[in-house]
Design a protein around this ligand. Structure first.
Ligand code: HT7
Ligand code: ZN
Length: 856
């Protein structure tokens, strides 16, 4: 449980130019032999210390001679004073009992690895750090019948058959792979199993043909086409937008059912959570299709931003993750809609990232102190990291940003570098000083921007002031460089008078806009900076923005603010009139045929509980849920007929992942959500009809969601049907359990227990666990935050068990308890009690770091 600090970084004592690995795959006793060419780095005389978390070290040899070694505290120590030598190590590991899914594990009959961040050391002792780059050659021995596909990084260079030298006479097959690109150990991968193989090719811009291979479970070939098409699109996009071409002859993707995260960018051999590969119209929703395209893109883009240029140390994780998320966001925007993407990313920031940044685990996008690295694969490093890259893009423009990227690759291809190196490339390519901008990398917390404005006869004077939450021992915060995109709208008729960007980089700063008529100022167009804006706008001003702003993001944002006004605004007396105002603007949107369908759906979306809660200094879930329900009720009472008529019009939407159909299904879903709050029995009929008539999973899930709100009996009915229609389909099963876990009544506990008994459920499978219990914890505020504290107790009990099976998963699921200090006194107390209970147990490093920081 000792922390590591960025300030203590030192270069490695040794390098490993060549790594040879031999695997004899076996469920409980896989034998791993390594042959490493070691080279001392510099003149020092220190011995060799390797990271080591294997089951057993059998032998160590130096230049062919057996040598003494010592294993303690997860380190293998060898006394050696040679400058260069060959090191051989033999170890065993236990893949079948590896439920943590880190290192080499076997699940559902498939051997597979996950090495990022620090799990290669669970496979073989090594200098398991990203600044040690090596050329890997890997030989795998395994039963040919059970494992017809044996894969590793790079190119297949040889293979053959051997007979086992025990009495069994069993034939083993061996394959030998070599990856010519030097890589850090975290990018190593091995997979062995029986798969169906989907193939395609891609011809690169320089005319090379790359073989594309997608490995899926037997019988699932028909579910791989969307992933394959997404891969081809990603490869073409990276060439077009960044001039980046793929660099091996083969690109392999394997879909596995047991995986802690979305996917992993191992060089030439991506391993994917099957949820981000498999799709067809009958079983995948539009959200699934979108997710697959985004994750396939993300992992592919890592080939340059992560693999060719990698991180010097794990504190620099955002170097590859922030940048690659930014690139996948650009890709998704180019494939679909820029504004819809922006709304969805702003939502992630405002709900998950702002919460993390105001909690005990808050950290800068480049953290400075880490106990368990797995805890830093966060929305801060990934999504705020991407926002920081996006702001650089705003400051430098598309061509300036591209020049910076080109220089970054020119300088650092093949190296392990830092976030500072990235910013320097951007600065140097553009002759710009980005020193102050770098404060974004070192300061945690969400900046708060206070807006005040004064209009004279000739100008609008805007004063902005910025501050960061101060935390103990934090150095005095320095002002950040904040790009503010804006527009001036004439109050008389909504004309756009001026649009542009101002750079706000002082603690307080005034900007003057000349204008000779009354105006409404639109600020932070397209979510131009990841900040909290403190600004008082009247309902009239917000409605003006909804109607006239050029930027659809701000129109959506103002619509959300109109809701928030009702919930944050205190007394009932002011609200009656203004609630009518909200209802009127909703009616205006509903009836306005000029608004594009996809935008209309967003404008009408009811803010989520979490996004509302995040705007309060002190959170009282009962208040938020009560007022939100009241407003929804009033809207549905006033607008039932209008909404119902619109839903009736949205029939016979063309199936398929086509943008126009996606938008129509989304709008239909939003409208159906409103209707589900009514008790009118026509609604039950409608929900059933949507469920039965639909020939795609998006509408079926939409029906489930509406049923869940309308009545549990209706939900049960639909689920029963679904369970028989889609027997044995685990990805559909996950959609059903997510609906169950969000039932907003106390009966949810009994139902969750029942579904956890289902034959498709397994607490060793992260997807199953996240869909059932994760949905409860994150998306069932009514029950999770019930004033009895039962929800908190449920989570703590669950974490106790899960921490033993899969610490990474447990650690990710504790997040709602971490913000305990944000709640009203009674809940605060209840949450703290559960954290205190947990702190008395023997916890994994993952959970320990979070629980101890929460209790401070
Ligand atoms: N770079 C990948 C990170 C990842 C991971 C990290 C810790 C433990 C398990 C993991 N699986 C994947 C994913 C990505 O950002 O592309
Ligand atoms: Zn990534």
């Amino acid at each position: 449980t000792e922390a590591k600090y960025l300030k203590d970084y030192q270069t490695p004592d040794f390098f490993i130019p060549e790594t040879e690995l031999f695997f004899n795959l076996d469920d409980e006793h896989t034998l791993v032999r390594s042959k490493l060419q070691m080279k001392r780095n510099g003149e020092h005389t220190r011995g060799l210390v390797l990271d080591c978390q294997v089951k057993q070290v059998l032998r160590v040899l130096i230049n062919g001679n057996q040598t003494d070694f010592n294993v303690e505290q997860e380190q293998l120590k060898i006394d050696v004073d040679l400058a260069e030598f060959e090191l051989e190590i033999e170890v065993t590991v236990d893949p079948i009992n590896n439920t943590a899914l880190e290192g080499l594990y076997k699940s559902a009959g498939v051997f597979c690895t996950q090495c990022e961040a620090e799990s290669f050391r669970r496979i073989t002792p090594y200098l398991d750090r990203p600044d040690v780059l090596s050329v890997f050659t890997v030989t795998i021995f395994a039963d040919a019948e059970l494992y017809p596909h044996m894969l590793s990084n790079g190119n297949l260079i040889d293979s053959g058959l051997v007979t086992e030298d025990d009495d069994s006479n069993k034939q083993l097959r061996w394959v030998k792979w070599r990856d010519p690109h030097p890589k850090p150990s975290y990018l190593f991968a091995l997979v062995a199993g029986d798969f169906d193989l989907l193939t395609d090719t891609f011809v690169t811009q320089s005319g090379r043909t790359v073989d594309l291979e997608l490995f899926v479970d037997k019988g699932n070939l028909h579910l791989g086409h969307h992933a394959m098409a997404s891969l081809v699109k990603s490869m073409a996009w990276d060439e077009q937008r960044y001039g980046l071409e793929y660099d091996l002859d083969k690109y392999m993707v394997v879909a596995v059912d047991f995986f802690n995260m979305g996917a992993m960018e191992n060089k030439g051999l991506n391993v994917f959570n099957s949820k981000y590969v498999l799709a067809d119209l009958n079983t995948a929703t539009d959200i699934d299709y979108h997710g697959i395209e985004a994750v396939i893109g993300h992992e592919y883009f890592h080939n340059w931003t992560g693999n060719r240029v990698t991180c010097r140390d794990w504190f620099q994780l955002s170097l590859k993750e922030g940048l690659t998320v930014f690139r996948d966001q650009q890709f998704s925007a180019d494939m679909g809609s820029e504004v819809i993407e922006r709304i969805s990313h702003a939502n992630v920031m405002r709900t998950m990232q702002f919460a993390e940044d105001s909690g005990p685990m808050a950290h800068p996008i480049r953290p400075e102190k880490v106990i368990e690295m797995n805890n830093f694969y966060t929305v801060t490093v990934y999504d705020k990291g991407a926002e920081v890259i996006r702001m650089m893009h705003s400051l430098l423009g598309e061509s300036g940003f591209r020049a910076g990227m080109d220089l970054y690759f020119k300088r650092h291809d093949g190296n392990a570098v830092t976030c500072d190196d990235f910013v320097s490339a951007m600065a140097d390519a553009n002759n710009k000083d980005l020193t102050q901008f770098q404060n974004w990398y070192s300061q945690a917390g969400t900046p708060s921007v206070v807006v005040s404005e004064k209009q004279t006869d000739t100008a609008l004077e805007l004063t902005l002031s910025q501050s960061l939450p101060t935390r103990p021992a934090a150095e005095q915060n320095k002002p950040l460089v904040i790009p503010v995109k804006y527009e001036l709208l004439a109050n008389s008729d909504g004309r756009s008078l001026e649009r542009g960007t101002v750079i706000f980089d002082k603690t307080e700063q005034m900007f003057t806009f000349n204008c000779s008529e009354p105006v409404t100022l639109v600020l932070f167009e397209n979510f131009s900076a990841p900040v909290k804006v403190q600004r008082t706008l009247t309902q009239e001003q917000l409605i003006h923005i909804v109607k006239y702003a050029s930027d659809a993001f701000c129109r959506w944002d103002s619509m959300q603010s109109l809701w928030l006004q009702q919930i944050n605004g205190a007394s009932d007396t002011i609200l009656d009139k203004s609630r009518q105002g909200l209802i009127e603007v909703i009616e205006y949107v509903l009836n306005n045929d000029d608004i594009e369908t996809s935008i209309k759906a967003e404008l009408l979306t009811i803010p989520s509980y979490t996004s509302i809660a995040e705007t309060f200094d002190v959170i009282n879930p009962s208040h938020i849920l009560k007022v939100k329900a009241e407003i929804t009720q009033q809207i549905i009472e006033s607008l039932f007929e209008t909404i119902n008529a619109l839903v009736q019009n949205l029939t016979n939407i063309e199936d398929g992942y086509i943008q126009s159909s996606v938008a129509q299904r989304r709008l239909k879903h939003i409208l159906l959500t409103y209707l589900s709050h009514s008790k009118n029995s026509d609604v039950e009929r409608l929900i059933r009809q949507v469920y039965l008539d639909s020939t795609n999973m998006t509408e079926k899930v939409s029906a489930l969601e509406s049923a869940r709100v309308y009545s549990v009996a209706l939900l049960d009915d639909l689920l029963k049907d679904m369970d028989t229609q889609f027997t044995d389909n685990v990805l559909v099963f996950d959609k059903m359990t997510s609906a169950v876990a969000r039932i907003p009544h106390a009966e949810v506990y009994g139902k969750m227990a029942l579904w956890a008994e289902h034959k498709l459920f397994s607490d060793k499978n992260p997807n199953r666990v996240r869909s059932l219990f994760g949905a409860f914890i994150m998306n069932n505020p009514e029950q999770f935050h019930d004033e009895s504290g039962k929800g908190y107790q449920f989570l703590a009990d669950f974490l106790k068990k899960m921490d033993k099976l899969n610490p990474q998963l447990a650690s990710r699921m504790i997040s709602p308890l971490l913000s305990w200090q944000r709640y009203e006194p009674a809940r605060k107390d209840l949450m703290k009690q559960q954290l205190t209970q947990l702190s008395k147990l023997e916890l994994s490093k993952d959970l320990y770091e979070k629980v101890s920081s929460a209790l401070g």
